[in-house]
Design a protein around this ligand. Structure first.
Ligand SMILES: NC(=O)c1ccc[n+]([C@@H]2O[C@H](COP(=O)([O-])OP(=O)(O)OC[C@H]3O[C@@H](n4cnc5c(N)ncnc54)[C@H](O)[C@@H]3O)[C@@H](O)[C@H]2O)c1
Ligand SMILES: [Zn+2]
Length: 405
């Protein structure tokens, strides 16, 4: 038996934010990030609409990018005091993911972070509150997914929480919120969305319900991302929808090792002063993982089907896979994303020598590879890597060398 779960309601298009006026409840806790939503006036609008719906509103602000376990626990404490019956999370993937984890802790105060990380092991939610998510970036699609990514900084590791219990009840996909994204954020979150769609399509858990969503998202991202990056606001609006479709696909078809590797490298070098931003990590690793997975015949055929859908040409499966890899690398160039960790600058732009020193990377490699294999996204990857293969693959992602194994 398979399950396909999405939010009960999804409001999209210009003015969708006003759907908040129709929520029914007494108290809403609004969870937001560091200030962009406030600065651009969206937070005020949200508070006004919720008040118009007759609710008392309290804010939980300043959720940091790549939110920590500590932030989750603080937010849950605030919820326990305020007792909301709606949690409204607005912003990028970070505040929405943090709010999802706060929700679990709010409903089950004895639940520890380790308990939350047991895949599909979350007890029944919605006894205290329902959840509404409003994305301001066009990538993670956490507004429709069963996932939340929380970072344990004491270990330098990102942990995915995965359960359909945390799929939001309401998603509001309003393009106005995405218009204020700076260029770099458009690039990173857009390639995150492309990775979601491609990994979902080749995942071992793909199905007739997820395939059309994944393929349509890929086609849209191909058509819209680079121009959205270059300031075309109609394309920006289309990308907001495309990333959401990709999310519907991957929440139900799951992901693969591009995400496993991105999760386990993202914060692994934080002591050198920077993160490898989630979307940028995916963008760098995706072409390498395609080359690795394409050794599996079924996966290769699926990559070829993607290349066909993108009209990339080629006569054989092998040619089509190569054309797909080349196309994605060209997208990275157009979006100023480096091709490998060695060239990943602390500001995320390409540079001769990035912020991760070679000897530090090599020293940490066995542990990172082990963690990546153990990541929740590895199980649905079409080819299961050994420790040795994962280390080799990560080396290719460090040096930008060919994957020939
Ligand atoms: N839950 C999932 O299914 C899922 C999927 C992929 C990634 N993630 C996680 O999501 C996080 C990344 O989320 P993200 O890429 O959306 O970025 P983010 O939420 O970390 O935000 C990054 C920065 O962009 C700013 N920002 C957000 N929206 C803006 C806007 N419209 N205008 C101007 N500035 C804006 C924020 O204030 C912040 O400083 C990572 O922790 C990643 O692991 C989760
Ligand atoms: Zn992602």
């Amino acid at each position: 038996m398979n399950r396909f779960t999405l939010p009960r309601d999804l409001y999209h298009g210009t003015g969708a934010l006003e759907a908040l006026k129709s929520l029914k409840g007494k108290r809403a806790m609004v969870v937001v990030g560091g200030g962009s939503m406030k600065r651009f006036g969206f937070l005020d609008k949200v508070v006004d609409y919720l008040k118009e719906a007759g609710m008392e509103v309290e804010l939980f602000e300043n959720v940091e990018p790549d939110p920590s376990v500590e932030t989750v626990m603080r937010g849950a404490d605030a919820m326990l005091k305020f007792q909301p019956d709606w949690i409204v999370a607005m912003g990028g993937g970070s505040p929405i993911d943090a709010a999802k984890a706060m929700w679990i802790k709010y409903e089950y105060p004895d639940c520890t972070f380790e308990d939350m990380c047991k895949v599909f092991g979350i007890p029944e939610l919605r006894k205290k509150a329902h959840f509404c998510a409003i994305p301001s970036t066009s990538g993670t699609a956490t507004e429709v997914t069963a996932f939340s990514i929380i970072t344990d900084y004491s270990k330098g590791v990102k942990y995915p929480i995965a359960d359909f219990e945390i799929t939001p009840d309401v998603a509001i996909v309003d393009p106005a919120l995405a218009e204020t994204m700076p260029q770099k954020l458009v690039a990173h979150t857009g390639m995150d969305a492309m990775t979601h769609a491609i990994e979902a399509y080749v995942s071992t858990a793909n199905c007739d319900y997820t395939d059309p969503l994944a393929l349509h998202a890929i086609e849209m991202i191909q058509a819209d991302l680079v121009e959205s990056y270059n300031g075309d606001m109609a394309k920006r609006a289309a990308m907001h929808n495309a990333q959401c479709l990709a999310g519907m696909a991957f929440s139900n078809a799951l992901l693969g090792i591009v995400h496993s590797m991105a999760h386990k490298t993202g914060a692994a070098f934080a002591d050198y002063g920077a993160h490898i931003i989630h979307g940028a990590a995916n963008a760098m690793y995706l072409p390498k993982v395609i080359a690795f997975n394409a050794k599996d015949e079924t996966a290769a055929k699926r990559y070829a089907a993607i290349a066909d859908r993108m009209n990339l040409g080629g006569n054989t499966t092998e040619e089509k896979v190569q054309l797909l890899i080349a196309y994605l690398r060209k997208m990275n160039d157009d979006l100023k994303i480096p091709h490998c960790i060695k060239n990943y600058g602390a500001d995320s732009y390409p540079t001769e020598q990035g912020f991760v020193p070679e000897e530090v990377f090599l020293e940490r490699l066995p542990e990172i590879a082990k963690n990546a294999i153990g990541d929740a996204c590895t199980g649905s990857n079409p080819r299961q890597p050994s420790q040795e293969e994962m280390e080799k693959l990560l080396k290719c992602c460090y040096y930008d060398t060919e994957v020939d194994f």
